[in-house]
Write a protein that binds this ligand. Structure first.
Ligand code: SF4
Length: 132
């Protein structure tokens, strides 16, 4: 991936497409997630390293995940990535493979809120396990 691609995929300035039809959520949630405000509050908003779009197994990506763990907009970030079917990068601390598993739950009819809430609760426990 060259630098231009990395820049165009920065979380803060990624332009989203059309919400996936199978994702069950509210119009208010879509309006919020489509906006730029939450992204400017993200802990990666001024990142220039591209770490969030490196191979998820690299040390840089692990660092990115640890930043996500304390990000104040983590739930919105993961929600947006799922809603818009982001294929690349770490969003809300989860890589594409992890999000694909969540998308399968969305395709089975679970709501976006339920999927994100349970996924982040699990991630928080895993983050704590790594920290202690
Ligand atoms: S959760 Fe991670 S990827 Fe999302 S805005 Fe926060 S730091 Fe960036």
């Amino acid at each position: 991936m060259n630098d231009n691609v990395v820049q165009s995929h920065r979380v803060a300035f990624r332009s989203f497409g059309i919400p996936l039809a199978h994702v069950r959520t509210t119009a208010a949630a879509i309006k919020e997630l489509d906006g730029i405000r939450w992204r400017l509050r993200g802990r990666c908003s001024s990142d220039e390293s591209g770490a969030w779009f490196k191979d998820p197994r690299t040390p840089a990506a692990r660092t990115a995940r640890s930043v996500c763990a304390s990000c104040p907009v983590r739930a919105r970030c993961l929600s947006a990535a799922l809603l818009y079917g982001e294929e690349y990068g770490i969003w809300g601390g989860l890589d594409p493979e992890q999000r694909a598993a969540l998308d399968r739950r969305l395709q089975r009819g679970e709501t976006l809120r339920a999927v994100v809430t349970s996924a982040l609760a699990l991630r928080v426990m895993e983050d704590l396990d790594e920290a202690v």
